[in-house]
Unconditional design. Structure first.
Ligand code: NA7
Length: 548
């Protein structure tokens, strides 16, 4: 088979020409939680696998996002693999919501425990993946001049891995230090006593602010859109709590699958509009104090704008109570979109940080940043001198990591041209015209609005099942029909259009990156409906797919 592979066909890829350097049944791009589990599953099917990983270690998001304060906003016991009972029983989390170093340690433990590293090539970025019609497989090039052939290619390249720098001129002139939260250095960054600017107030920015504020001499927080930031319920893990989870993990995870996000909270059962103002305020206050999710308190925050408004107003009241300076509180208060329509941020004393003498909020809607310069930046009102700039400006989400690889399908069609008006894919898992190419958490998957680790396991299991079916049917390729892809893309768009999520500009709908097609990248209909659909397409004998 591979004798027929001509490296010429990869031209003009950044990988250049050369002879095939390796042949595998499958190539996996990325060794985060998705890539690691994909490797484990494909190995178990008896496939030879090569994983390419740009980083020097496993962990994906948790390898790169080492910024101060980085922490998971899903409970540790839930944000853990479920595929190995032994792994589940032996690993002990120290906190209810783990911080980045502990999650990275967990990823490394998994890699060691299942001997994954021997099939992972680190510090190697995949630059090109071209489908070969003759070979009925993928020719994959890297920035280390690998050129490998594989029947299957699985993109486990992350939804939030392609950095999105701000579109502000003059950045190359800045003479100080700068770091993006999503590519934070491994060595400590010296912030002590220095003038620091954090641009962006999403999950990363709001987590970093309270920690950086304690170290920096002066901290400027540049905010474009205020977020709803809820208190973290984090505390030390108790053996009792972990013990209950470990004893009943199967039941608890099955229960989680039945929810909208795949995360178990203390769910209320009534409409927010069916209780008195006093009862609702008491419920919200109790949850605010204990860190129990306010958005789980009642059933209709995502379906009824009036119900949503009750929760939003409660949070606005908390901001006004916590932040002592009324003008700062007003600037921190979101007013023009529903709570939850952008990803909720979970803080550790974010609002309290603005009561510190050394912290200043700069509202860049009122006072836009005009340009960076050698000493810091210039807003429309003043020059601000900065020693360190922290870009917490997020990611070119969901499609960004795929867009930076030269992916070509049947007849050499570039994925970039197929997706020029916005991505189309079936279930976020496969793309018509791109046989045997799978995406974990691709466009149209609900993963971003779920316990991502649970969604990863689900997607990887589905992909492994599909690969197994190709082999069991003695076929070479599988791809979704155009009709199925079209229908699912419409389902995703319709779910978004009719939801509260369309009332905010966010990375869920492509609005955070200038020039990106405005389209829902995430299926907002919930993981229960999604999982049912994924099971149905298998149960009906893969009717929506073409096997060759
Ligand atoms: P997010 O949530 O995309 O947040 C990025 C933040 O950066 C957000 O406040 C943006 O404001 C702001 N931003 C983006 N571009 C600019 C420019 N040009 N100028 C000023 N401010 C800007 O990314 P995170 O890293 O915080 O979190 C990503 C996900 O990781 C999160 O959702 C969790 O799933 C974990 P905007 O709101 O767009 O006005």
């Amino acid at each position: 088979m591979t004798d027929a592979v001509t490296a010429d066909r990869i031209d003009p890829s950044p990988a250049g020409k050369g002879s095939i350097t390796g042949t595998f049944d499958a190539v996996v791009v990325g060794a985060g939680f998705a890539g690691m589990y994909m490797l484990y599953r494909l190995r178990a099917l008896g496939l030879s696998v090569r994983v390419f990983e740009a980083g020097a270690g496993v962990g994906g998001t948790w390898f790169w996002n080492r910024y101060p304060g980085a922490r998971c906003d899903v409970e540790s016991m839930q944000y853990s693999y479920s595929f190995s009972r032994e792994l589940e029983q032996e690993w002990n989390w120290s906190e209810l919501y783990a911080a980045q170093p502990e999650i990275l340690a967990y990823a490394n433990h998994v890699a060691d425990r299942f001997d994954l590293r021997r099939d992972i090539q680190f510090e190697t970025r995949v630059t090109a993946a071209h489908y070969g019609e003759t070979e009925q497989g993928w020719i994959v090039g890297t920035d280390r001049d690998d050129l490998v052939y594989a029947r299957f290619c699985i993109m486990a390249s992350g939804q939030l891995s392609s950095l999105h720098p701000p579109e502000i001129p003059g950045f190359d002139q800045f003479q100080g230090d700068w770091h993006h939260t999503g590519a934070w250095p491994h060595d400590p960054v010296d912030l002590k006593g220095r003038s620091v600017g954090i641009i962006g107030t999403g999950s990363s920015g709001t987590q970093a602010v309270p920690v950086v504020a304690k170290e920096a001499g002066r901290l400027y927080v540049f905010q474009r859109t205020p977020n709803y930031v809820l208190p973290s319920p984090n505390k030390a893990m108790t053996p009792e709590y972990a013990g209950v989870w470990k004893a009943h993990a199967d039941v608890l995870r099955r229960k989680a699958h039945e929810t909208r996000t795949g995360i178990l909270y203390n769910f209320g059962t009534k409409s927010a509009l069916d209780v008195s103002d006093d009862e609702r305020t008491a419920e919200f206050s109790n949850r605010w104090k204990t860190g129990s999710s306010i958005l789980a308190a009642y059933t209709d925050f995502f379906t009824n704008i009036d119900a949503n408004g009750k929760a939003a107003e409660f949070v606005r009241d908390q901001i006004r109570t916590i932040v002592k300076d009324p003008a700062t509180a007003a600037r921190l208060t979101p007013t023009d979109y529903p709570i939850g329509a952008k990803r909720i941020c979970i803080d550790s004393h974010y609002y309290q940080a603005f009561n510190r003498e050394n912290v200043e909020l700069v509202d860049i809607k009122a006072e836009p940043i005009e340009r960076f310069d050698a000493r810091g930046l210039q807003t429309t009102r003043r020059a601000i001198a900065l020693d360190v700039i922290i870009l917490a400006t997020g990611f070119d989400a969901v499609t960004g990591a795929l867009a930076r690889i030269d992916i070509r399908g049947r007849e050499g069609q570039p994925l970039a041209s197929k997706w020029q008006d916005g991505p189309t894919a079936f279930l976020g898992l496969m793309i018509s015209g791109f046989p045997n190419l799978f995406t974990v958490n691709g466009p149209g998957s609900p993963a971003a609005l779920s316990n991502v680790l649970m969604s990863i396991e689900h997607h990887v299991d589905w992909i492994a099942g599909c690969v197994q079916t190709v082999r069991a049917r003695n076929c070479s390729t599988v791809e979704p029909s155009q009709a199925a892809e079209y229908d699912w893309t419409n389902t995703v768009a319709e779910a978004g259009r009719t939801s509260l999520f369309q009332k905010a500009a966010s990375w869920f709908n492509g609005a955070n990156v200038a020039g990106k097609p405005k389209q829902f990248l995430v299926y907002v209909g919930g993981i229960k409906a999604y999982r049912e659909k994924c099971s149905a397409v298998v149960a009906n004998g893969y009717r929506d797919f073409i096997f060759e």
